[in-house]
Ligand binder design. Structure first.
Ligand SMILES: *[C@@H]1O[C@H](CO)[C@@H](O)[C@H](O)[C@H]1NC(C)=O
Ligand SMILES: *[C@@H]1O[C@H](CO)[C@@H](O)[C@H](O)[C@H]1NC(C)=O
Ligand SMILES: *[C@@H]1O[C@H](CO)[C@@H](O)[C@H](O)[C@H]1NC(C)=O
Length: 599
């Protein structure tokens, strides 16, 4: 009975059944793109697609791809159309699978030598698919047995050969055996035999440093992220080739699916991996693959340090506003009391009360006990208030007083202080925020060339963004100099924090391996060690120290000597008083004269 049943199976079906049992039994879901049903047992979940036309095919594949089907068996008259749709789906869909498998079957089994299928190897989308298998019927011998060649592309090794066919094995339909029993999906990404890995990046300390002196660093590059890629290629035996577009830095993606900078290189497939402080930006996630995050960084600013307060305010500082109001009311109240005590005579009342409040001796002690009791108590309170003021003034003079500092985002927004950097990648992470405060923060952001930032950093009207890294160092642009840092203070509040990732083409075969590596790096704590090593070796240590200590700088100047600056305020009050008196004097003379003329 069993024999009888097998007679009705086509040889290709037997081969397919073998392959499925052996290699696809762990697949999450399998899709068969074919017009004719197969008579095979599929041990996993699967779905059929009957292809009609290309546009439609894309939608059909998109649907199953979004459900998580990453493995395909294709039997089409024009298999190239599948590859085109397959790549379109990769860009349209949201599902990312690093380990997809595609098997192409001949459309017509009797047709020998299928150039149609071999042409697939030359297509661009094939370059990004590691596990591809072509089943090619090659000959029918006398006994009617068909030989099938199992072919893939070289994929690993030198670039010029990577699209060439790689003959893996041969299957005989009569013996139902493989000739070599080799692995039909050999590209498991464990050894790339020197395949070029194109890496997009630019110099941004301490993540990536390029063009270093070869006598110091033989490869001429270093940096925390560069080391990840170096380690990756040491592990997978690949060769790094740098793709550079330094001018555009992180770059951007245009509407027409082209772009510049690191992101643009990835979109246009000029690069396989993009590094250099790439945050997990939503807009990029939609079109690219992200690796596991490896650096947690926080963005904040160095803002102008608070200055010592203007000196004319100093005489007012010992008392608060309410205290001054209380004093004013005391003066009024005491004057009224004195007026009543003197029998409703306002003679010299204001002058006497004021004099007593600033502990001045009195012209006379008063004629009655009624007046004496009021002036007595007033003298005592005047004594206390005067001493309190004196004590306050001493502290105001000796302990320097600063204007409010820029510590939080709210401070920055309240002060309408602009903040700047060389690229708007700094606000990608927050640009979709609906929060009013963040929106205001974004409106204050300015993109300026490094030279202009360097010049503006000395003028106290811009804050400059920096990154707070996990090991305690700072990613500081070169335009923030040691001299500028003297008058800048790092803000206390972070604007936001971000996870740095490496970006790759969607469903790139490298993603899975890179994630494994990042897991190992985290496990071993190497990321922190690398940050420290790179920072100590290449960053300007003085600037690092100044940024780190900028908040404690002010604690050092605790007591200062008195200088003219401290008393300028008092003189200002005196001069104002004198000017006012002169004006009033002139007015009185004028009014007097008018009255005289009228009389
Ligand atoms: C899948 O096939 C391999 C090779 O035949 C076998 O060792 C493994 O147990 C199978 N796994 C499952 C889940 O069937
Ligand atoms: C790495 O690739 C080179 C070819 O570039 C090859 O000669 C070498 O054997 C490979 N190394 C390992 C460990 O397989
Ligand atoms: C894509 O758009 C950008 C900017 O809009 C333009 O500079 C570029 O030439 C366009 N590229 C193509 C191929 O249309």
């Amino acid at each position: 009975m069993i024999l009888h049943a097998e007679i009705f199976l086509f040889p290709i079906e037997i081969l397919l059944q073998t392959i499925i049992n052996e290699y696809l039994n762990k697949s999450y879901c399998l899709t068969l793109v074919t017009e004719t049903p197969f008579d095979i047992v599929i041990p996993i979940s699967f779905t059929y697609i009957i292809p009609y036309e290309t546009g439609n095919l894309t939608n059909q594949i998109l649907e199953v791809s979004e459900m998580g089907c990453s493995d395909y068996i294709v039997k089409m008259r024009e298999p190239k159309k599948f590859m085109v749709s397959f790549d379109e789906v990769n860009h349209l869909g949201n599902t990312r699978r690093s380990d997809r498998k595609v098997i192409f079957l001949p459309y017509d089994e009797n047709q020998i030598g299928l150039q149609n299928l071999l042409d697939i190897l030359k297509m661009k989308p094939t370059k990004f698919l590691a596990n591809l298998l072509l089943v090619l019927p090659i000959s029918r011998n006398i006994s009617g047995c068909i030989l099938y060649d199992l072919v893939s592309h070289r994929f690993v090794g030198p670039d010029e050969k990577s699209a060439q066919p790689l003959y893996i094995d041969r299957w005989n339909s009569c013996t139902r055996k493989f000739e070599n029993n080799s692995n039909l999906f050999p590209h498991d990404m464990t050894n790339l035999y020197g395949k070029t890995l194109k890496v997009a990046g630019f110099t941004y300390k301490p993540y990536v440093l390029l063009d270093l002196d070869p006598t110091v660093e033989p490869r001429g590059r270093d940096g925390t992220e560069t080391r990840i890629i170096e380690e990756f290629c040491r592990w997978l035996n690949c060769t790094i080739e740098l793709v550079r577009d330094d001018e555009h830095q992180w770059g951007e993606i245009y509407e027409n699916n082209t772009g510049v900078g690191v992101i643009g290189s990835l979109i246009e497939d000029r690069a396989d991996v993009g590094i250099t402080a790439m945050y997990s930006w939503y807009d990029e996630y939609v079109v690219l693959d992200f690796s596991t995050p490896y650096i947690r960084t926080a963005v904040t600013c160095v803002a102008p340090s608070p200055r010592i307060l203007a000196s004319w305010e100093m005489p007012l500082l010992p008392f608060t506003l309410y205290m001054w109001l209380a004093l004013l009311f005391t003066l009024i109240y005491a004057s009224i009391a004195l007026t009543i005590a003197q029998g409703c005579s306002s003679d010299r009342v204001l002058l006497t009360t004021f004099g007593m409040m600033i502990t001045q001796t009195q012209y006379s002690a008063g004629s009655t006990w009624r007046i004496r009791s009021i002036t007595g108590w007033l003298l005592i309170s005047g004594l206390v208030l005067d001493n309190a003021y004196g004590g306050g003034l001493a502290s105001v003079f000796t302990v320097p007083k600063y204007e409010p500092s820029v510590d939080t985002v709210q401070d920055l927004v309240d002060r309408q202080l602009e903040w700047g950097a060389t690229h708007d990648a700094w606000i990608f992470s927050i640009s979709h925020s609906q929060e009013p405060l963040v929106k205001q923060l974004i409106s204050l952001f300015r993109v300026k060339p490094a030279a202009e930032l360097r010049q503006k950093s000395l003028t106290r009207n811009i804050a400059l963004s920096i990154e707070r890294l996990p090991a305690g160092y700072f990613a500081v642009g070169d335009y923030i100099t040691k001299e500028a840092m003297l008058d800048l203070t790092v803000m206390q509040e972070d604007f936001y924090y971000e996870q740095c990732v490496a970006m790759l083409r969607k469903s790139s075969p490298y993603t899975k391996k890179l994630n494994q590596l990042v897991g190992r790096l985290h496990e071993s704590g190497l990321m922190i060690a690398w940050e420290t090593q790179v920072s100590l070796k290449y960053l300007n240590f003085e600037v690092q120290l100044e940024v780190r200590l900028s908040r404690s700088k002010r604690d050092i100047e605790i007591v200062e000597q008195l200088s003219l600056r401290h008393v300028v305020g008092v003189f200002i009050i005196y001069v104002t008083g004198v000017i006012l008196s002169i004006l009033i004097c002139i007015m009185e003379i004028l009014v007097k004269r008018k009255q005289t003329i009228q009389e």
